[in-house]
Design a binder for this molecule. Structure first.
Ligand code: GLN
Length: 548
């Protein structure tokens, strides 16, 4: 039977609860314990994927096509598992399911209440994930902060779990912030005491408190928290801000969290010690000064870096593989439009155009693609980035500025990106997206095939539009290679330019599959070529000789 770790957050949001969950996963896995993870999001949206990237950052897509919160991406990268739709639960899904059951008559006319109906539905999601994943330990993150109105049913459900499955099978971890007051130069524990009181008020006594702070906390502070919050001192874990998120598992392990969890949950360990050697090597490498590769990321949501969380991580994994660092220039695509200043691209050794929806900023991305093609700058197009590359190339080949996607210009004379004929009669937007894993056959000898080193791959999708097959022949004649196709040949999944150092794009989202220590092949090869590109101002000056 699986055991459960419930992780709640106190004081404020964004203190790194998701990374803490992911890191707990890492340190348990390093002890050969099978783990899975789940995120409970207290908002009423049924699909986190329909929410604006400006509000919630990137939409992460699981292999089975769930559009989820970006925390799932961190769980996957840290624990190195592939999660499914079972790992993402919103209040909207819970209520929608309870109401559907009520309408169907499942409750035989009973009064439907938050306790027990909603809480039972929530607990079923815990059990379901445990059964399906067969994990020894399921780590469940309660989104939001303790005290939020929306989070109450989730907290009540996790409270009930201790009685349902037994004391030794449930652990509560509370992640809080200890603010630092500049005026008195001290770290304050009061907000933590309040948030633990709030938890206790509903019947949850945390077993472990993870204290986030910008400075390491003293023994006195740990004593104080231990006393006021009624938690053993060794279970008050200090987690100061570190320079890279990948260091968090090491800090927590060092603080004894792995052993503490193992003891409290009475986990049978084999072997007993943890093996975080790869993580140590990774963090050492991250901390070693390395020469940077200049990459421009041309997108429409660049003001909010979290909107491209996985892309940024995948780029980091790739530069590390090559022993390099990255200087990432976030270029708002609109700034390149209407004669806008493109000088920022002059220092770029590689250009990435990531995913996105809607017409805003598209022409700026096309301009970046023209720049990459004409100047021979490595280009990696991700989903929308592939559509942009195709639009740009079609404009070049057809000698017209009209080719476009019908998403951006419904009446274009050259719809090089379009809905498939069988998608067109669907009136609503729901259900028309291609989501999750699809197979792709790679073309021998292509850059894509070389990168992957295999010919059949599976990659995650999240898009509505496709390359229009009517233009394949013309594009091919102009020098575009369709290097990856769906096995039935109907859909173009990857394209590249024959006559270019490395201009490769994919209709899917490879960034979700990249891992620290195991970069995604497309990102790896993109950086591999980009790192050797010499850009303006980057040439080393010749030694001056006074002899001649
Ligand atoms: N907007 C494009 C489509 O729907 C691309 C989507 C994306 O980049 N994820 O096809």
């Amino acid at each position: 039977m699986s055991k459960y770790i419930f992780v709640t957050g106190g004081v404020v949001s964004s203190v790194g609860k998701g990374i803490t969950v992911a890191s707990i996963g890492t340190i348990l896995k390093s002890r050969q314990i099978a783990v899975s993870a789940q995120k409970l999001d207290p908002y009423l949206n049924v699909d986190p994927g329909t929410m604006s990237p400006y509000q919630h950052g990137e939409v992460f897509v699981t292999q089975d096509g769930a559009e989820t919160d970006l925390d799932l991406g961190n769980y996957e990268r840290f624990i190195d598992v592939e999660l499914t739709t079972d790992s993402s639960v919103t209040s909207g899904q819970i209520y929608s399911s309870v109401i559907t059951k009520e309408r169907r008559g499942d409750f035989l006319g009973g009064t439907i209440q938050v306790v027990p109906h909603v809480t039972t539905e929530i607990k079923e999601r815990f059990h379901h994930l445990a059964e399906k994943s067969k994990a020894d330990v399921v780590i469940i993150e309660v989104g939001g902060t303790v005290g939020d109105i929306e989070g109450q049913p989730f907290l009540e459900a996790i409270r009930q779990m201790r009685n349902d499955v037994g004391r030794d099978n449930v652990l509560y971890v509370h992640v809080t912030l200890l603010p630092y007051l500049n005026s008195t130069q001290e770290v304050k524990t009061k907000p933590t005491q309040h948030s633990v009181n709030e938890l206790r008020r509903i019947g949850i006594q945390p077993d472990i408190i993870v204290c986030r702070s910008d400075y390491p906390i003293s023994e006195d502070i740990r004593d104080k928290i231990s006393l006021f919050c009624d938690v053993e001192k060794k279970a008050v874990i200090s987690l100061p801000t570190v320079s890279t998120i990948y260091e968090v598992p090491l800090v927590l392990e060092e603080a004894g969290l792995g052993q503490l969890i193992a003891d409290k949950l009475k986990l049978k360990l084999n072997p007993r010690s943890s093996d975080l050697k790869h993580w140590k090597e990774l963090v050492d490498l991250i901390k070693t000064p390395r020469q940077a590769v200049n990459i421009a990321l041309v997108g429409k949501y660049v003001e909010l870096k979290d909107a491209y969380f996985s892309v940024r991580e995948a780029l980091h994994h790739a530069v590390l593989h090559h022993g390099r660092d990255i200087k990432l220039n976030w270029v708002p695509s609109e700034s390149l439009e209407n004669g806008g200043d493109s000088s920022i691209l002059r220092s770029a050794q590689g250009i990435v155009v990531p995913g996105g929806f809607g017409v805003r900023g598209i022409e700026g991305m096309v301009k970046a693609a023209t720049y990459a093609r004409e100047k021979g700058i490595p280009y990696l197009g991700l989903c929308l980035g592939m559509q942009v590359m195709v639009i740009e190339f079609a404009r070049h080949v057809l000698g017209s500025d009209e080719p476009n996607s019908t998403e951006f210009d419904a009446k274009t004379r050259y719809p090089v990106i379009d809905l498939l004929p069988d998608q067109k009669d669907k009136k609503t937007k729901g259900g028309t997206m291609r989501l999750g894993n699809y197979p792709c056959q790679l073309v021998d000898g292509s850059r894509a095939a070389r990168a992957y080193g295999q010919d059949l791959i599976q990659e995650r999708h999240r898009h509505r539009y496709e390359l229009n097959n009517q233009y394949r022949a013309q594009l091919e004649k102009g020098g575009m290679v369709f290097s990856g196709l769906s096995p039935d040949g109907r859909l173009v999944e990857l394209c590249e330019l024959a006559d270019h150092p490395w201009m490769v794009s994919c209709q899917f989202h490879p960034e979700f599959g990249s891992r620290p220590g195991r970069p995604h092949p497309l990102f790896r090869d993109f950086i591999g070529v980009a790192k050797d590109i010499l850009r303006e101002g980057a040439q080393t000056s010749l030694p001056l000789s006074s002899q001649s």
